[in-house]
Design a protein around this ligand. Structure first.
Ligand SMILES: *Cc1c(COP(=O)(O)O)cnc(C)c1O
Length: 359
């Protein structure tokens, strides 16, 4: 079976073996060594020397933690939404009482840094800007370096959903002025769902001091303080941390530049391959994602049938979300993925497409 959805992603055998180890005392020295080791080794992938907290949660919990640890009800927030996950981030902030202004971008397009700068100038001041680094629903990657530059003069916090980006696509949080970065274990990290990673800059901690949104499980100060003792506030997902240590061994052995280059190469191969099969792309190609490709088949293609027939051949792709359901399908090429895997997907697509095309 080839699971080629944008998370959860397949697990290397060495990771699966690590996951099956017996439990340890999460208040003991062996756990302290484990959590300290993976925390330190995650940071370079985020391009940060700031605090990084590991939470027991899916990525969405990490997004909620980012919001409630930096904001108060009534705070004005600019939410840059280029798709479903940008909308979710905005909804989380709204659920906790933030005054959210949306800067919407048509599906398939990336956010324009100049439009963000203009919105900050004309509609500001804003306490924070929420941005999705890699919009998994449309296969678009925003230019975070340029967005960081656009946001900096305003003084607003830059809070980024990089759930499906970090570990596969370059992230230089400190250099780009990103205050909070969120990722999730089941995307590029080659481990199961269950961990969220959140970084906090000194400016984000300053915001924490006055942030009044309710929080208990997501209180990152508690996470930071217990991490100093090599612990987590509540019982952690120990098994996934075992797996993460092995996955980081693999990623570090390959090398950061090589991992990013592999994702870029496989994404190009995917785009070129589907275009050769007469399929379109949803994303503006200049900003197309290296972790997920949103394919726009010719009108009349039965996408549901397409996915079902691929399933019969052992290839699992993702459908479109929300209004894109039935209009696109998505190919995940992140984490534990090789050229041979992409080729297999393309071969299966070629075999199945004639039967599901418009007649
Ligand atoms: C997957 C994803 C999420 C949500 O993560 P969950 O683990 O499903 O909660 C959020 N944002 C982006 C960009 C994602 O790809």
């Amino acid at each position: 079976m080839q699971l080629r959805i944008p998370g959860p992603t397949p697990l290397p055998e060495a990771v699966r073996e690590a996951l099956s180890r017996d439990m340890i005392n999460h208040r003991g020295p062996e756990f302290a060594a484990l959590i300290r080791d993976v925390t330190a080794r995650l940071k370079p992938w985020f391009g940060t020397t700031n605090d990084l907290l590991i939470l027991t949660s899916s990525g969405t919990g990490g997004l909620e933690a980012a919001v409630v640890n930096t904001l108060s009800p009534g705070d004005r927030v600019l939410a840059v939404t280029v798709g479903a996950f940008g909308n979710r981030f905005a909804e989380i902030a709204e659920a906790f009482g933030a005054a959210v202004t949306r800067l919407r971008v048509p599906e398939g397009q990336a956010a324009d840094p100049r439009a963000i700068a203009r919105a900050l100038e004309e509609q500001g001041p804003f306490k924070a800007v929420l941005v999705t680094h890699n919009e998994t629903s449309t296969g678009v990657t925003n230019d975070l370096a340029a967005i960081g530059e656009a946001v900096r003069p305003s003084g607003a916090l830059l809070v980024v959903d990089a759930v499906s980006a970090v570990g596969s696509i370059e992230m230089r949080a400190d250099a780009w002025g990103v205050d909070v970065v969120v990722s999730g274990s089941q995307k590029g990290w080659m481990v199961p769902p269950g961990l969220a990673f959140v970084t906090m800059s000194p400016r984000a901690w300053q915001a924490y001091e006055t942030a009044r949104m309710p929080r208990f499980y997501w209180d990152l100060r508690k996470s930071q303080q217990t991490l100093e003792k090599g612990q987590t506030p509540a019982t952690p997902a120990i098994s996934i941390l075992y797996g993460l240590r092995v996955a980081l061994d693999m990623l570090d052995a390959e090398g950061m530049a090589q991992v990013f280059e592999r994702h870029a190469r496989l994404a190009r191969m995917t785009r070129e391959g589907v275009k050769r099969l007469g399929q379109g792309l949803l994303a503006d190609e200049a900003r197309a994602s290296n972790t997920v490709t949103a394919v726009m088949p010719p009108p009349g293609t039965d996408v549901k049938q397409l996915l079902a027939r691929l399933n019969e051949r052992g290839i699992v792709l993702a459908s479109g979300q929300g209004a894109l359901s039935g209009k696109i399908y998505r190919i995940g090429h992140l984490g534990y993925v090789s050229e041979a895997d992409v080729r297999e997907v393309l071969v299966a697509l070629e075999a199945v497409l004639p039967a599901v095309a418009a007649r």
